[in-house]
Write a protein that binds this ligand. Structure first.
Ligand code: HEM
Length: 442
C-alpha cells in the first residue's frame, strides 16, 4: 500500500495538490480497480476532496439502507447533476425528497406499470419493422429511440418521436462534460469551460422538449393518472411550483430512458459475443411465444430472457457507482471516516468480485438460476434503501419485453471485433464508441 496525500491515509499514490485527479480522469474504471485491490474501504483524493471507495456489500448495505440517515446525496452529487436536473426526485434531499417521492410513488404502482406492457411491445415491434433491410445499426441509438418513445407514451401520455434526435444530441452534449480533461476539475466552479458551455446547450435543448410536452398536455390532465397528469394537476392546484414541475419532468425524461437503453445495448453486445447464450435465448423466445408478441402472461415463462438481462446488468452496470456523503464521523469495515467525506460505491467493482461471483468475467446468465448465498448488496444495479430506483419494476419489465419482442424477429451479430467495450464514465457508464451491429432477420 502507498501513502497518498489524502490526509496521510493509505490509498493509491497521487501527486501533490492534485491527489489522484489525473489517474482518475484518465480511466476511472481502472482507477477503481486499483483502489479495490487495496481493500474494501480505500481513500483517494480528487480535486482536493477526500473520497473512499467502498466495495464490500455489508458496508454498502449500511450506507444505502440500514444507516441511510447518516449519509446524504451531498454537495458532490448536487454539483454534478443539479445544473441539469435541478431539484427533482433524483437530486433532492430530506423533507423535499420525501414529499416528492410520496406524490409520485402511486404512478409507479405494480398495476400501473403492468398496464404499459402494450406500449412497450408496440414500440419494440416498430423497431423490428425498421430493421428489415438494414445492413448495420448502431444498437445504442436504436435502444435509445425505443426507450424514449416508451417513456413518453407511458409516463407522459404523449408521443415525442419528433424529439428523439434532439434528445439524443442533447444527451451527447450533457455527457461531454464527463469527458472534460482532469485539469477542468481543478478550476474554480465559476470558470465556465467549453464542456460546461456544451452541457448548457444540451440542457436548453432538453428544456425546449419539456416546454413542448407541457404545452401539448396542458388542459388535458384531469381524470388521467399518468406521471405527467399527476404533476400537472399538482401544479395547477398550486401544490408544486413551475420550476419543480420542470425539474421533475427532466429527471424522469433522462433517468427514465438512458439507463434502460444502456442495459439493453450491453445485453445485445454480450449476446453477440456469446452465440451459445444467444441461441438459448432465441430457443426460449420461440418456445414460449410461438412467434406472437409477448404479453404479461408470458413473462413468468421467459425466465432465461430475464436472467440474460440480470447478468448483463451485472457485467456492465449502466449506473456504475452510487455516491453518498457522510454527514457525521462513522466507521466502516474498521476504517474511520470523517464527516464530509464522499463515499463511492461501485457496482462496477462489486459485480465483478470473485468473492461473490465465480469466473466473473464470463457472461453466464445461468448463474442466476436458483438460490445463492451471496450477500444482498453484491448485486445492486438499482441502488438500495429508501432512494432505490423508483423505476426498477418499469425498467425490468421493459428490458425483458423489448429483448423478447426483438429476438422473435432478429438475431444481432457483431459488426466489429468484439472484446471488452471501452466505456466512458459519467453519471452512467456508456460505450465510448457507437455499438455497431448487424440485424439478421430470423
Ligand atoms: C436499467 C435501468 C435503470 C437503472 C440501472 C437505474 C439505476 C438507478 C440507481 C442506481 C438509482 C439510485 C441512485 C442513488 O441512490 O444515488 C436510481 C434512482 C432513480 N431512478 Fe433509476 N435506473 C433505471 C431505470 C429507471 C427508470 C425506467 C426510471 C423512471 C421511469 C428511473 C428513475 C429513477 C429516479 C427518479 C431515481 C431517484 C429515486 C429517488 O431518489 O427517490 N430509473 N436509478
Amino acid at each position: 500500500m502507498a501513502e497518498s496525500d489524502a490526509g496521510g491515509l493509505e490509498g493509491p499514490d497521487g501527486w501533490p495538490v492534485v491527489g489522484n485527479t489525473f489517474q482518475f480522469a484518465r480511466d476511472p474504471f481502472s482507477f477503481y480497480e486499483r483502489c479495490a485491490d487495496m481493500g474494501d474501504v480505500v481513500p483517494y483524493e480528487i480535486a482536493g476532496r477526500t473520497f473512499y471507495l467502498v466495495s464490500h456489500p455489508e458496508a454498502i448495505e449500511r450506507v444505502l439502507s440500514t444507516e441511510h440517515g447518516t449519509f446524504e446525496k451531498g454537495s458532490f452529487q448536487r454539483e454534478q447533476l443539479s445544473g441539469i436536473l435541478g431539484e427533482g426526485l433524483l437530486t433532492s434531499e430530506g423533507e423535499r425528497w420525501r414529499e416528492q417521492r410520496q406524490r409520485i410513488q402511486p404512478t409507479f404502482g405494480p398495476e400501473k406499470i403492468d398496464s404499459y406492457v402494450g406500449i412497450m411491445t408496440d414500440c419494440a415491434t416498430d423497431a423490428a419493422e425498421r430493421w428489415r433491410g438494414e445492413q448495420r445499426i448502431a444498437v445504442d441509438d436504436e435502444m435509445r429511440r425505443i426507450t424514449v418513445q416508451i417513456l413518453a407514451r407511458s409516463l407522459f401520455g404523449t408521443d415525442i418521436s419528433d424529439h428523439v434526435e434532439t434528445i439524443a444530441e442533447a444527451m451527447g452534449d450533457i455527457g461531454a462534460q464527463a469527458e472534460a480533461p482532469a485539469a477542468a476539475a481543478l478550476l474554480p466552479e465559476w470558470v465556465p469551460t467549453p464542456w460546461d458551455r456544451r452541457a448548457r446547450r444540451g440542457v436548453e435543448a432538453i428544456d425546449g422538449v419539456i416546454e413542448d410536452l407541457i404545452d401539448r398536455r396542458r388542459g388535458d390532465a384531469e381524470g388521467r393518472d399518468d406521471l405527467l397528469s399527476t404533476l400537472l394537476v399538482a401544479h395547477e392546484e398550486g401544490e408544486i411550483r413551475r420550476g419543480t414541475l420542470r425539474d421533475q419532468l427532466v429527471t424522469f425524461l433522462l433517468a427514465g430512458h438512458e439507463t434502460t437503453s444502456l442495459a439493453l445495448s450491453y445485453t445485445w453486445y454480450l449476446l453477440a459475443e456469446n452465440p451459445d447464450t444467444r441461441e438459448r435465448l432465441h430457443a426460449e423466445v420461440d418456445d414460449v411465444l410461438g412467434g406472437a408478441v409477448p404479453t404479461m402472461a408470458d413473462l413468468g415463462d421467459l425466465k432465461y430472457t430475464e436472467r440474460v438481462v440480470t447478468e448483463a446488468m451485472r457485467y456492465y452496470p449502466p449506473v456504475h457507482r452510487v455516491v453518498r456523503e457522510a454527514s457525521e464521523d462513522v466507521e466502516l469495515q474498521g476504517r474511520s471516516i470523517e464527516a464530509g467525506s464522499i463515499l463511492t460505491m461501485p457496482q462496477w467493482i462489486v459485480h465483478r468480485d470473485r468473492r461473490w461471483y465465480d469466473d466473473p468475467l464470463r457472461f453466464r446468465p445461468e448463474r442466476w438460476a436458483g438460490d445463492s448465498d451471496r450477500p444482498d448488496y453484491a448485486y445492486f444495479p438499482f441502488g438500495g434503501g429508501p432512494r432505490r430506483c423508483i423505476g426498477m419494476r418499469f425498467a425490468k419489465l421493459e428490458a425483458q419485453l423489448i429483448l423478447a419482442t426483438l429476438a422473435r424477429a432478429h438475431r444481432l451479430e457483431l459488426a466489429g471485433e468484439g472484446g471488452p467495450l471501452e466505456l466512458q464514465s459519467g453519471v452512467t457508464a456508456s460505450p465510448a464508441e457507437p455499438v455497431e451491429m448487424i440485424p439478421r432477420a430470423r
